[in-house]
Design a binder for this molecule. Structure first.
Ligand code: FES
Ligand code: FES
Length: 161
């Protein structure tokens, strides 16, 4: 067991963890932040995506101990301060960018990271960026529209399904 300390959603936390504990397990099981999902065991789906020191990271690919001292942000911290949906979340709702919602936390975290680096991505850039996020319901079309809309761009040009 080793002690890890990090800031999660702006709050300092510390726990004893086993060396093999993944960051996603730490978030879900130790901190009960269950908005971060586990959708595969092959590091492919992106449902577990969080931000570590501002960078998008699949939290199933990192040990909790490796995040010692880091700042971690999960979907639970993405809403506006008044609890309303933020721009990206609202766009997912407005453009029906989700169905079952299982992939959605990872999609929102991924989209947010993309827009931080590239505030007006093209449709192709969005599709390429989301290659690490699997959605088993939507066919991606409305997710792309939502991200275009969240970045203030016209969604009419998004290629038809
Ligand atoms: S659970 Fe991490 S990529 Fe699927
Ligand atoms: S909305 Fe169901 S997996 Fe994406």
């Amino acid at each position: 067991m080793a002690k890890v300390a990090m800031k999660v959603n702006g709050k300092s936390v510390s726990r004893e963890v086993e060396g093999r504990t993944l960051l996603v397990q730490f978030l879900r099981e130790d901190l009960r932040l269950t908005g971060t999902h586990v959708g595969c065991d092959t590091s492919q789906c992106g449902a577990c995506l969080v931000h570590v020191n501002g960078e998008a990271v699949k939290s199933c690919t990192m040990f909790a101990a490796e995040a010692d001292g880091a700042e971690v942000t999960t979907i639970e911290a993405m809403a506006n301060d008044d609890g309303s949906l933020n721009t990206v979340q609202q766009a997912f709702q407005d453009y029906h960018g989700l169905q079952c919602g299982f992939c959605t936390p990872g999609m929102v975290m991924s989209a947010t990271a993309l827009l931080k680096d590239n505030p007006k991505p093209s449709e192709r850039e969005i599709r390429e960026y989301l290659q690490g996020n699997i959605c088993r319901c939507t066919g991606y079309h409305n997710i792309i529209k939502a991200i275009m809309a969240a970045s203030g761009q016209d969604v009419a040009s998004v290629a038809a399904e």
